[in-house]
Design a binder for this molecule. Sequence first.
Ligand SMILES: *Cc1c(COP(=O)(O)O)cnc(C)c1O
Length: 426
Amino acid sequence: MPVTTPAARAAAPPSHTAVPQDFGALARQDPEIGGILLAEAGRQSSTLQLIAAENFTSPAVLAALGSPLANKYAEGYPGARHHGGCEQADAAERVAVRRAMSLFGAEHANVQPHSGSSAVLAAYAALLRPGDTVLAMGLPYGGHLTHGAPGNFSGRWFEFAGYGVDPDSGLIDYTQVRALARARRPKAIVCGSISYPRHPDYEQFRDIADEVGAYLIADAAHPMGLIAGGAAPSPVPYADVVCATTHKVLRGPRGGMILCGVELSERIDRAVFPFTQGGAQMHTVAAKAVAFGEAATPAYAVYAHRVVAHARVLAAALEDEGFEVTTGGTDTHIVVADPGPLGVDGRTARERLMAAGMVLDTCALPYGDARGIRLGTAAVTTQGMDEDDMARIAALFGAAVREEGDPAVLRAEARGLAERNPPYPG
Ligand SMILES: *Cc1c(COP(=O)(O)O)cnc(C)c1O
């Protein structure tokens, strides 16, 4: 990779770090941004990416994102566009829709939402009116911003009632969900979370929704990739509408998608365009098609199961290190742990882990006001790490959070682990 400017050279990652694309031309024309992109590639390949919502897309997905479809305006849907010259855009979107429907066994797919939040906005727009009541997981328990946060459209335009989890088990209390549904008579019930490490019981949610005459919206932004790989149950047979992101475990481009049955298909499509969005990002739609194609392979199913196996190993090893793992483990890629027994809260733990080269989030805990840490195994598994590596990561966690040893030494160990497993091997 030719790097010719001082700024780009200064920011260039070590020579053994493979970069998925040739940034040479960009770095020559615009050293300022070229240097930033190279530095980011270096950061991603020299620290441990444990943010539960992140992953490494394939070079093929990145190639579609960097393709000339980025130039194309294509408001509307295949065969019914508001612009000329949409032949290839139509073809790309038709492939993406066909692959999404077949991957998830859905009657209808809309692949245009710009993000997971845009997908949820469109689902609400299709099914609700402002002022309607919606029952969703409360934000202090792991609900997403789109599940009623005061600063989000959801909290401003709808009346949210929040269900929680049992403070001891950390599990959703379905008796409480049913009681709240009976008392509040919501127009829609949302299941899905940013930090719940177990599978929602979609059948129970469907039963509760039917009892009170509510729509069931599954916000499967996190587990959608596990569902694609057969490593998590699918909400598609139960929910009226399934919203998801394509960039989490699913390992596609940053974006959203919606699945539903034929009877809601027109309402969903109109809620995406023209109600909540203008022209779709056709390069992203093409990249989603590439990711759906990858997710349909046997290799991806193996990957999805490995993601869960790794999260279980990591959860058990973190418990051995003294962390309190919520719900006692995980069924997914997500592990939520309370570092309280080690004498610190989530924020301090995150800072110490960051200083040791491990990148992750804090999150709410099922009990009390202290924050925990939330991590996921999607990215490190894509890199090819194994169960022994998970045990090493847990040992690094224990040492970093307890401040045992020099953070620089821990950082070098984390770096070695990352660099032995390059996300984009050359
Ligand atoms: C990630 C996530 C979203 C939003 O996705 P964005 O692409 O960040 O808008 C929505 N709901 C849940 C449950 C999520 O985990």
